[in-house]
Structures are given as structure tokens and as C-alpha cells.
Design a protein around this ligand. Sequence first.
Ligand code: PLP
Ligand code: COI
Length: 345
Amino acid sequence: MEEQIDWDSLTFSFTPTDIMYVAKCKLGEEWQTGEMMPYGDITISPAAGVLNYGQGLFEGMKAQRSVNGGIVLFRPERNAARLITGAERLGMPPVPEEMFLDAVEKVVAANARWVPPTGKGALYVRPVLWGTGPILGVSPAPEYTFMVYVCPVGPYFKGGMHPISLKVSDEFHRACPGGSGGVKAIGNYAPGMMPSKGAKKEGFAEIIYLDAVEHRYIEEVGAANFFCVKDGIVYTPELTGTILPGITRASIIDLARSKGYEVREEKVEIEFVLQADECFCAGTAAVISPIGAICHGDTCTMYCNNEVGPVTGELYDALTGIQTQVEADIFGWIRAVPMPEIEIE
Ligand code: PLP
Ligand code: COI
């Protein structure tokens, strides 16, 4: 008998599901046809490029149960495109968009029982692209593996739409010009774990990183993009190559403009942010998470009395409304997951 899932206690944590997808490609050749298989451990050479030199990328997107009954994805073509850009940067064979979308849809459909009811969470989809062939010299691995697995998830930050407190790091940076900050390289994430853990020990939910050159401008919030609102204008750091081009970020910019807000993508100084009216961070996992307070050194600013700001709330409702089809898909962002016909005996 299938186990019952307690949808009300979902957090952003790992749960093994039923089915995963695996495809392989030798360097310089075409991708072989991928296979669906039971979720489980894989074998890998200890000399694999991904294990020794971090030749790996990942993606993250969510499948949601629509209020219309089906299962839908949010702009998965953007994830496919970002993986292609990342593959170029890390010297890996790109996964063609069609293959990526087909794998994602098949894995979601095969794990449909793990998609939470509308409003209770989402099925987080994790595509990965790794250099799995053995290599000793620092150069691209001879073989690559593209996999997709899924996990049901709840809120990324504890408490969901509850404002979080963040600390600006004066010690650490996430990325530097010319580095890999603009792609979803696996190696970008481990260096953030220790700073993040330290911030959590002090009672903050995450770190805000400033730029590595002048240490003046906001870059990102851990694994989410940053927004603030001042005098009715929405600001977000411009993409300079060190910031991950978030799909949620791009969508919020379009949504806010469609609602009549002026949106400025520019360098956003921390001093300016400490005077802002509202702040929030945004990403697939984080959705739109309101920021209640930001501390930089001895200065702390509280926003909206530690409550959800009006613009943050409006954009959250608009974004999640489209993602679950409560609202009309006016931008064409939703992609329905085709479900295989069930044979009735
Ligand atoms: N910034 C970083 C470093 C991330 O890892 C993510 C998550 O993917 C984001 C921002 C948000 O991007 P997206 O909205 O595409 O999930
Ligand atoms: C996402 O929002 O999809 C992320 O990648 C965030 C994190 C879990 C790394």
C-alpha cells in the first residue's frame, strides 16, 4: 500500500520519490536516449569530473497542482535555456531544450502522486548535468550524465509568508566578475553554507551578499534574488554576470510593470536599501519571501513593522495566482504536464 503523505507538514527538504530520468552523452557525441527508472542510488567513478573538479550544474523548478485539476510547470523553457548557458560556461555538452522539457514532463507525470494539493506546496523538480566520466587532468570529463528527480516541498524559509531577518555579510562574497556566479554551477553553493549557518546561529534566516569589487551593492540573498520598493518604485540589482538570472526575478519585473509599477534594474546600494519601504527576495524555492529586517554591522532596519508590505503582497498574490492558475496566464508562462492515459480494465 502507498504511504500517506502529510501535506500540511511539508518543508523544503529531501524526500525520495518513485521515478527518475537518466541520460548519458560522450564528449563530442550526441545525447543517447534517456531512460526512466526507479529513484535510487547511482554508481559513479571516483575520478568523475563532477566529484573532483565540480563540473556540474543544476536547475530548480516547481510543478504545481492547478486549481483546474491538472499539473503545471512555470516557464520551464527558461530553465532549459539557463542550463544550456551554464553548460557552455563549464565545458559540458548542452542538453537540447526539447530533451530537457520531455524529461521534466515525464518525471513529473510519473511522480504525479507526489504533487501536493494546490496551496499546500509543490513538486520541486531538480535537473542535474554532471561530468561523470573519469578524468585526472583539469579538463572536461569524457562522459556526461543528465538526470531529473523530484521532491515534494513546502516553504523554503520557515513560516512561509512570514517576514525574515537577513544579515549583510562584510566577510564573504558569493561571486566575482568573470567567475561562475551567473550560472547555476554546483560549486557556487558549498561556499555559502558556512556563512549561512553562521547567520542562522545569530537568528537570521540568510545572508545578503554585496558585490565583491566595491562591497557596496546588493547582489543576492543566498539562493534568491533581491528586490526593494521605495516611493512606489521597484528596484532590483541589474544582471552584471555575478548574479544568477532568476526566472522568478524576470517574471516579477514583467508582473510589476504590467501592474503599472516603474521597475529599475540597476546597481542597488546597501545604504539605499536600509532606507527602503519594503524588501523581499525571490526564487523558485523562496517564491516571494518578505524581508522584515536587514542588519548591516550595527545598523538594523525594520520594514513595514515586520509585516508583509503591500507591494510584496500584491506581487506574491499575482505570481502564485498565475502559477496555480487561480489567475489567467496572461503572459503564457504556464505549461501543462501531459498525463499518460490510464488504462481501465
Ligand atoms: N539566485 C541563486 C543563487 C539561486 O540559486 C536561485 C535559484 O535558482 C535564484 C537566485 C532564483 O532563481 P529562480 O527564480 O530561477 O529560481
Ligand atoms: C531554487 O530556488 O530553485 C534554488 O535553486 C534554491 C536552492 C534550493 C539552491
